[in-house]
Design a protein around this ligand. Structure first.
Ligand SMILES: Cc1cc2nc3c(=O)[nH]c(=O)nc-3n(C[C@H](O)[C@H](O)[C@H](O)COP(=O)(O)OP(=O)(O)OC[C@H]3O[C@@H](n4cnc5c(N)ncnc54)[C@H](O)[C@@H]3O)c2cc1C
Length: 502
C-alpha cells in the first residue's frame, strides 16, 4: 500500500462528523484473490445523499477508492483492493427496490439489492416474473453482476442485455441519467434497448467511469412449464460438437437460454456429493416455456443428440424423484446425483442458492479458497474449443494444476470457457505461482486470438498491453475516464492504464 494510514485521518474525522458509517480496515472480508490488499477504510453510505458527500470528499482529498455493490464477486477479486487503492466504498445499504412494473416485468433497483432480496420480493408479490439468478450466493448483488457482464443460465441469462443503467453518480458528485429516452418524465425509462443518438448507458459496463446508482432490470416471464435437458458427453470432441449444435439452435431461436457444459472436475467442486466418475462432461440446457414449445424443443434436441445419453426433467419431475429418493440409503450414488439436479432445478427456477459458492470456496468466509477464474471467448465452431482447452490444460500441467471448467454458449456464435486457477489438490502451490499461471494463460490466449471476457480489479491490470496495442481505443477510453473522473480516483488502474496527467 503506497498510502500511510495517517493520511486518512482528515477523512475519518469528516465521516465521524457527518455520522457516515465506516470501519477501519475491511473486517470480515477475506478474499479469494491471490494477492491480498485489504482496505484501510471501508465506508458504508446509507443513501445516495451520503454517497454523494463521500465521493465529493474523496475527490477533494484526491483519495483513490473502489466501489462494490455487495463484494461477492468470487474469483474476480470480490472486495479485495490493489496496491494503488486504500479505500472501499461499500453500497450494500443502498438496497431499495424503487419500482416494480408487474405488467411489463421490470424493476428499478439500487446497487445493494441482492439476488435473494429480489427473488423474495417477487415471491411475496406473487409475481408472474422471475430473475435469472447466477451460481453466486444469495447475497451477491444484481447491479455488480450485471455491470460486470455476468451471465446466468436461462433465457434472461445475458445480463447486460437485460438491463439499463438509468442513473450514475460521477466522482465529482454529478448525478444524471445516461439515456435520453429514459430521462425526465419518460414513459419508457429502462424499457427501450437502445437510445436515440448515443446509447451512453453502455459505457458504464466494465469500465468504472462512474458509480451506478440506479438500474432497470428486465425480468423473465415465469414459464408455464419449467424444464431442462441434461446431455452426457464423453469426449472433448463431443463437447466441441455440442457447442456448435447448441449455438446453431440458438441462432434458430430453438434455444433461448445459455447452456452450460461442465466437466466432472468442475461439477465435483460445486457439490458436496460425489459426482459419478463416468460423467466426463454434462450439458445442462434450460428449455422452459409454454408446454407446446417445450414439447417442440424436446423433439429437436432429441434429434440432435440422438446418439448421446440424455434426460429431460421438469420441476414436477424433480420434486417427484425427490420424494422417492428419500427412501434410498444416505450414501446411495443416485441420492448424490439427485442433489445436483435439485440445485440446478432451483437455479433455473429463479431461486438463488448458497450451496455452489460454499462448496466451491469453502464454508469459512474468513479463509476462503484462493482462486481466480479465467474466461477465454471462442467462436462456437468445432475446433476452437479443442484449441482453447489444449492451451489452458497444457499451461495447467506445467504448473501442476488440475483442469476444471464450464463452457457456456453465451450467444449464437460465441462461447466462453471458464476455468478455475486454484490449488485444488492442496499440494502447496503458492499464490505467486497461481498468479504466474494466470498471467501465462492470459498472455497466451490473447496472443492466439482468444480474448478474456472479464477481469477483477487487480487482475485487470494485465490488460495494459491489449489497451496499448490499440492506441485510438486507448485515447477515447482515457478521455472518457478524464471526463467523469478527472483525478483518476475510482478503481484506479483497473484496466492497466492511467489517464494522462495535464
Ligand atoms: C461457485 C460460483 C458460481 C458463480 N456463478 C456465477 C454465474 O453463474 N454467473 C456469473 O456471472 N458469475 C458467477 N460467479 C462469480 C461472482 O460471484 C458473481 O458474478 C457475483 O454476482 C458478483 O458479485 P456482486 O454481484 O456482489 O458484485 P460486486 O462485487 O458488488 O461488484 C463487482 C464489480 O462491479 C463493479 N461495480 C459494482 N457495483 C458498482 C456500482 N454501483 N457502480 C459501478 N461499478 C460497480 C466493481 O468493479 C465491482 O468490483 C460465481 C462464483 C462462484 C464462486
Amino acid at each position: 500500500m503506497t498510502l500511510e494510514n495517517g493520511t486518512l485521518m482528515p477523512l475519518r474525522q469528516y465521516l465521524k462528523q457527518t455520522n457516515i458509517i465506516f470501519e477501519d480496515s475491511s473486517h470480515g472480508f477475506a478474499t479469494t484473490d491471490f494477492i491480498t490488499h485489504s482496505a484501510l477504510l471501508t465506508i458504508y453510505p446509507k443513501d445516495s445523499r451520503e454517497l454523494n458527500q463521500v465521493v465529493v470528499k474523496l475527490n477533494e482529498f484526491k483519495q483513490p477508492f473502489h466501489v462494490v455493490s455487495a463484494g461477492h464477486n468470487w474469483g474476480y477479486g470480490d472486495s479485495n483492493l490493489s496496491d494503488q487503492i486504500p479505500i472501499l466504498v461499500h453500497l450494500r445499504l443502498l438496497n431499495r427496490i424503487l419500482d416494480y412494473n408487474s405488467e411489463l416485468g421490470t424493476v428499478e433497483i439500487e446497487p445493494g439489492v441482492t439476488q435473494e432480496q429480489l427473488a423474495r420480493f417477487l415471491l411475496n408479490n406473487n409475481s408472474q416474473w422471475s430473475l435469472d439468478v447466477t451460481g453466486a450466493d444469495g447475497l451477491a448483488s444484481i447491479v455488480g453482476n450485471f455491470l460486470e457482464r455476468g451471465f446466468g443460465h436461462t433465457a434472461g441469462g445475458d445480463h447486460e442485455r437485460a438491463s439499463k443503467v438509468v442513473e450514475v453518480m460521477t466522482v465529482e458528485g454529478r448525478v444524471f441519467c445516461p439515456q435520453l429516452v429514459s430521462s425526465g418524465s419518460s414513459h419508457v425509462k429502462g424499457l427501450y434497448q437502445h437510445d436515440v443518438s448515443l446509447n451512453l448507458d453502455r459505457i458504464f459496463y466494465q469500465t468504472n467511469f462512474a458509480i451506478v446508482t440506479r438500474m432497470v432490470v428486465q425480468l423473465k416471464p415465469k414459464q408455464s412449464q419449467s424444464s431442462f435437458c441434461i446431455v452426457f458427453l464423453e469426449t472433448d470432441q463431443d463437447v466441441a460438437n455440442a457447442v456448435a449444435v447448441v449455438s446453431r439452435l440458438k441462432a434458430q431461436d430453438v434455444i433461448a437460454a445459455i447452456p452450460h457444459i461442465g466437466n466432472s472436475g468442475r461439477l465435483q467442486k460445486t457439490t458436496s456429493s460425489s459426482v459419478d466418475a463416468r460423467m466426463n462432461w454434462v450439458a445442462a440446457i434450460d428449455i422452459s416455456g409454454p408446454s407446446d414449445l417445450v414439447r417442440a424443443r424436446k423433439k429437436i434436441l432429441s434429434q440432435h443428440f440422438s446418439s448421446y445419453q440424455k434426460m429431460f426433467l421438469s420441476t414436477t419431475r424433480v420434486n417427484w424423484i425427490g420424494r422417492l429418493i428419500n427412501w434410498l440409503p444416505a450414501k446411495s450414488l443416485y441420492k448424490n446425483q439427485f442433489e445436483n439436479l435439485r440445485l440446478l432445478n432451483q437455479l433455473l427456477s429463479g431461486t438463488p442458492t448458497n450451496d455452489f459458492v460454499i462448496n466451491s470456496i469453502g464454508k469459512d468466509s474468513k479463509a476462503p479458497k484462493k482462486m481466480n477464474w479465467i474466461g477465454p471467448l471462442f467462436p462456437s465452431q468445432p475446433g476452437h474449443f479443442l484449441k482453447v482447452k489444449n492451451i489452458v490444460s497444457q499451461i495447467f500441467t506445467e504448473y501442476g494444476l488440475v483442469y476444471s471448467a464450464t463452457v457456456s454458449v453465451v450467444s449464437s456464435r460465441c462461447a466462453v470457457m471458464i476455468t478455475e486457477i486454484t490449488d485444488s489438490q492442496n499440494i502447496g502451490i503458492s499464490e505467486q505461482v497461481l498468479q504466474e499461471c494466470y498471467r501465462q494463460c492470459h498472455e497466451r490466449l490473447w496472443e492466439v486470438g482468444y480474448p478474456i471476457y472479464r477481469y477483477g480489479l487487480r487482475s485487470g491490470v494485465v490488460l495494459e498491453n491489449q489497451m496499448k496495442q490499440n492506441p485510438e481505443y486507448l485515447k477515447v477510453y482515457q478521455s472518457l475516464k478524464k471526463h467523469f473522473d478527472s483525478n483518476d480516483l475510482l478503481s484506479r488502474g483497473r484496466w492497466g492504464v492511467r489517464i494522462l496527467p495535464e
